[in-house]
Write a protein that binds this ligand. Structure first.
Ligand SMILES: Cc1ncc(COP(=O)(O)O)c(C=O)c1O
Length: 374
């Protein structure tokens, strides 16, 4: 519009009509027509179209957070008495949400490999949920095989693709039915927004856009949508830099005597590396290391010894972050960690855009016992 290089931010909570009949018509189609911000908004719509194009989806729906997208998506697929299969480690609050659904009579089963799915499926199973690479452990699943298995058993497959971004992996092209993302990570990229999206076929997206999106109310704001558009513009250059720095840091850690394992699918020694190369076109910079200890105090000392890596939740921004899931976790998080098989000595790193040698030096010092605060 007007040759503007940035799209306008439509700060409209509502849109007006000339007649009662026009409004009534628009309300029937609130995912397509602009009526009220909690339904959709032109700036949010623009992001939805961009994300749908990137994921090769017919349609995408943006939410006020990744969990907003995940909880609405799962809710749209199940009714009381239904069952969900979960493959591999998935984001902790996703598991917490599935546990929460038990009070509505929806159950779930976690399995750790494709081979275990056959014995875990029930007549009431409706959906299969997974991440690849998986949460905290970064295991790789054969996405085409998992989605083919789900389809053969009449299940809707849902995959969280936040780790790779749609630049490096397009699960819908491998047969997955619905892809979810937290936009708060690499896609936003500047740690200044929280958002989510679900993408897939119109016949799956439209019902949830008209029901769960409207009723749960996790609407995306046009201001956050504008930030997502800015993030998308630099996504490819940021991801290339994240990939390079992440791999450099991972290689350093893999050669360190205090490190038992480095879970980065871009390393040739990773058990899923070959499969990753077949289904991904790049690697992000979120991975974990396992210290050669099962002592929470030693893990905390390592993390506390870091200076450039700040200690925080979330990931995917310009800043490098570290988090140790087993240190000080409250009861439910601790039980989720144990269910996912995340070892006590595991530390997750989100490698930002600082020079790799600065980050490597920081990790080297922390591994040697850290240093006092300057
Ligand atoms: C893999 C993954 N999926 C989903 C989410 C949830 O996203 P949000 O924090 O935007 O609700 C997160 C957040 O950390 C995540 O790590």
């Amino acid at each position: 519009m007007l040759g503007a290089v940035n799209p306008p931010v439509f700060e409209n909570s509502l849109f007006t009509f000339d007649t009662a009949g026009e409004l009534a018509e628009a309300v029937k189609d609130e995912d397509e027509r602009y009526v009220y911000w909690r339904g959709t908004n032109p700036t949010v719509d623009l992001v939805q179209r961009k994300l749908a194009a990137l994921e090769r989806a017919e349609r995408a729906k943006c939410f006020g957070s990744g969990m907003g997208a995940i909880s609405a998506t799962i809710s749209s697929l199940v009714s009381a008495g239904d069952h969900v299969l979960v493959l591999g480690a998935v984001y902790g609050p996703t598991t917490q949400f599935l546990r929460y659904l038990e009070k509505y009579g929806v159950t779930h089963t976690h399995v750790s490999s494709l081979a275990d799915l056959d014995s875990a499926i029930r007549s009431t199973t409706r959906a299969l949920y997974f991440e690849s690479p998986s949460y905290m452990r970064y295991e790789i699943f054969d996405i085409a095989a998992v989605s083919a298995w789900a389809r053969a058993h009449g299940l809707i497959s849902v995959m969280d693709n936040t780790w790779s971004t749609p630049l490096y992996q397009k699960p819908l092209t491998l047969g997955v039915d619905l892809v979810v993302h937290s936009l708060s990570k690499y896609i936003g990229g500047h740690s200044d927004l929280v958002g989510g999206v679900v993408a897939g076929a119109t016949e799956l997206i439209r019902p949830l856009a008209l029901t769960e999106y409207q009723l749960y109310g996790a609407a995306m704001s046009p201001h956050d949508a504008a930030k997502v558009i800015k993030g998308l513009r630099t996504l490819s250059v940021r991801m290339a830099a994240h990939q390079e720095r992440g791999l450099a840091v991972a290689r350093f850690l893999a050669g360190h005597p205090r490190v038992r394992a480095v879970n980065h699918p871009g390393l040739p020694g990773h058990p899923g590396h070959e499969q990753a190369l077949r289904q991904m076109s790049g690697f992000s910079s979120l991975f974990s290391l396992e210290l050669d200890t099962d002592s929470r105090a030693e893990v905390a000392a390592f993390v506390d010894g870091l200076r450039h890596f700040r200690v925080a939740v979330s990931w995917g921004g310009f800043e490098s972050l570290a988090v140790a899931p087993a240190v000080g976790a409250q009861e439910e998080r601790e039980s989720v960690r144990a269910t996912m098989g995340i070892p006590v000595g595991l530390v997750r790193l989100s490698v930002g855009l600082e020079p790799a040698d600065t980050l490597i030096a920081d990790l080297g010092v922390a591994l040697e016992g850290g240093r006092p605060l300057a």
